[in-house]
Design a protein around this ligand. Structure first.
Ligand code: C2O
Ligand code: CU
Length: 478
C-alpha cells in the first residue's frame, strides 16, 4: 500500500490528515523511464501548460484534475545529451501567468524562468522560447516558478535528464519522479494551500505518494541485473528518507553532480524537495521474493513507497557486475577556498522562533513567516528586491548557511553548482557537489562555488510554503 497511512497515531500531523482519502488499491505496473536515446543534434520540444485529468490512483477512483505539461503527469521526460542544444517553446494554457525553471542547469540568466527577475511571466495564451545547452550531465528537472506553490502543487513539473557522453554500464535505467499529493476521498487535490500553520512548520505534506504520476504497487526486477535508478523528489514539501529493504544502494550522483560512489548513511537516501540522487542498485535479492522500499523520514509516518518484485528466473549473472561505478566528471570549476569571499546566510523564522507565523516583523512580506538575514522576500520572484550581496564574476564564494530555525530546509542556488564543504564544522565526505543542499534544524552548512555565471540568481528554500513565505533571496554576479 503506497499510500501514507493515517490510521495509527500521528501526533501533531494528525490534524493535517483529517478528511483525506487513505485507502487506495495498489497498482502493479513497472515504471520505466522513457528509454529513447537522446539525439546528438539536441532536442526541440513544446511544453503546453494546461488543465488535465490523469489516472493517479486506482481505477475505482475518478481521474484527478491537475495542471500539467502536455496533458501528462508528471510532464514528459526530457532527455538531452550533455553539450547539445535544447529548445523548448512553453505555451501557457492556464488562466494565470507561468514560467518554467530548469532546476540545476547552469544556463544563461535570461533562460532561468524566474518571473519579474529574469523574464516577464508568460501571460495566459502566450508563449516563450527557452534555449540553452546544458554543460553538465545529470538528473535535473523542470517546474513552474510562478505562483509556484499552487502551480507545482497542482502538478507542473517533470524530469530533465542530461545523458553522459559515455554513460556507465548498466543493464537498465529507471527514473522515479516521486510526488506527494494531498488528495480528497474522490482523488482530487484538496484545497487549502498555504495554510498559515503548516506554512510556518514543515509545509503541506500530503497523503499520497506517486511514482511517475501513479500510485505504484510494485516494480518488477530480475535477480543479477544492475539498475541505475534516478530518484527525483518533486514534492512541494515532503522530505523523503528511502530505505531499500534487502539491498545496498550506492549513490553515484547527487543533485545533478557526480560524487564519490558511497552507501548512504544508515542506508537511508535523504531527499528534500527538489533533490535528486542517482543510485546504482545491484539486484541481489532472491528470485520470486519482493522487497519494500520504505520512506521513514517523518516519525510515525513510515510507509511503503513501492515493492521491488523479483522475477522467478535465475540471476542473470553469478556475481554482481564489477563495471566501474564512478561517473565522468562535469566541467564545474573548482572554487579557490583561500581567496573566496565568505557570506553568511541566516535562515530564520517559522514556528518556535520569535517570528512565529505571519508576524511580518521584517522586510517586505506582510505575512512572512520566514526570512533570510532579516529580510523576507515573498512570492516567486520580486522586482526591485536588493540582492543579499553582489560578487564579481569569476570570484570564488563561500556561503556560510546557518539554519537558525527548528525546521528542515532544502536550499537550491540557481545558475551554479556548489561544493558542499562541511556541516557543523565536519568536512562533508564523498566529494559532494550539486545545486541544492539540505539543512537540518539548527545545522550550519558551508558550500562553495565559482560565481562564473552573470546575473541575479535565486537562493531559496524548496519547501514551497517556505519560499513564498519569505525564505528566499537573490545573489548578484556582476
Ligand atoms: Cu527548483 Cu527556484 O527552484
Ligand atoms: Cu524551508
Amino acid at each position: 500500500m503506497p499510500l501514507i497511512s493515517s490510521s495509527s497515531a500521528l501526533g501533531r500531523r494528525q490534524f493535517l490528515q483529517a478528511g483525506v482519502a487513505c485507502t487506495v488499491a495498489a497498482l502493479s505496473r513497472p515504471v520505466l523511464a522513457d528509454e529513447k536515446a537522446p539525439a546528438d543534434d539536441g532536442l526541440t520540444t513544446t511544453l503546453h501548460a494546461g488543465n488535465a485529468q490523469v489516472r493517479m490512483v486506482g481505477e475505482e477512483y475518478p481521474k484527478t484534475e491537475v495542471w500539467a505539461y502536455n496533458g501528462i503527469e508528471p510532464g514528459p521526460v526530457l532527455r538531452i545529451r550533455q553539450g547539445t542544444p535544447f529548445r523548448a517553446t512553453v505555451e501557457n494554457g492556464l488562466a494565470e501567468g507561468t514560467t518554467v525553471h530548469w532546476h540545476g542547469i547552469r544556463l544563461p540568466n535570461a533562460m532561468d524562468g524566474v518571473p519579474d527577475l529574469t523574464q516577464k511571466s508568460i501571460a495566459p495564451g502566450g508563449r516563450f522560447e527557452y534555449a540553452f545547452t546544458p554543460p553538465d550531465a545529470g538528473t535535473f528537472w523542470y517546474h513552474s516558478h510562478d505562483d509556484s506553490l499552487i502551480q507545482m502543487g497542482r502538478g507542473l513539473a517533470g524530469a530533465l535528464i542530461v545523458g553522459e557522453a559515455e554513460p556507465p554500464q548498466v543493464d537498465r535505467e529507471l527514473l522515479w519522479t516521486i510526488q506527494d499529493w494531498r488528495l480528497s476521498r474522490d482523488a482530487q487535490i484538496a484545497p487549502g494551500f498555504n495554510n498559515r500553520m503548516e506554512a510556518a512548520m514543515d509545509g503541506r505534506v500530503g497523503n499520497t505518494a506517486t511514482i511517475n504520476g501513479r500510485v505504484t504497487g510494485t516494480v518488477r526486477v530480475r535477480a543479477g541485473e544492475r539498475i541505475r535508478l534516478r530518484l527525483l523528489n518533486a514534492a512541494i514539501a515532503r522530505i523523503m528518507a528511502l530505505r531499500f529493504e534487502g539491498h545496498r544502494p550506492v549513490i553515484i550522483a547527487l543533485n545533478g553532480q557526480p560524487c564519490e560512489p558511497h552507501e548512504p548513511n544508515d542506508g537511508r537516501i535523504l531527499l528534500g524537495p527538489a533533490m535528486r540522487a542517482d543510485v546504482m542498485l545491484d539486484m541481489q535479492g532472491e528470485p520470486g521474493r519482493s522487497y519494500r522500499v520504505i520512506d521513514d523520514f517523518y516519525d510515525r509516518l513510515a510507509y511503503t513507497l513501492v515493492r521491488l518484485e523479483y522475477d522467478k528466473a535465475a540471476p542473470t549473472r553469478p556475481h554482481p557486475s564489477d563495471a566501474p561505478l564512478r561517473l565522468p566528471p562535469n566541467p564545474v570549476p573548482r572554487p579557490d577556498l583561500k581567496t573566496a569571499s565568505v557570506h553568511e546566510v541566516q535562515l530564520q523564522g517559522g514556528m518556535m522562533s520569535g517570528m512565529g507565523m505571519g508576524g511580518g516583523m521584517m522586510g517586505m512580506g506582510g505575512n512572512a513567516a520566514w526570512a533570510i538575514n532579516g529580510q523576507s522576500m515573498t512570492g516567486d520572484g520580486s522586482p526591485g528586491m536588493p540582492p543579499l550581496f553582489e560578487i564579481a564574476r569569476g570570484r570564488s564564494c563561500i556561503l556560510d548557511m546557518r539554519n537558525d530555525t527548528a525546521w528542515w530546509h532544502p536550499m537550491p542556488l540557481h545558475g551554479h553548482s556548489f561544493q558542499v564543504l562541511d556541516r557543523d564544522g565536519k568536512p562533508e565526505p564523498h566529494d559532494v557537489w550539486g545545486d541544492t543542499v539540505l539543512l537540518r534544524p539548527r545545522e550550519r552548512v558551508r558550500v562553495a562555488f565559482v560565481a562564473d555565471n552573470p546575473g541575479d540568481w535565486m537562493l531559496h528554500c524548496h519547501v514551497m510554503e517556505h519560499q513564498v513565505g519569505g525564505l528566499m533571496t537573490i545573489i548578484r554576479v556582476a
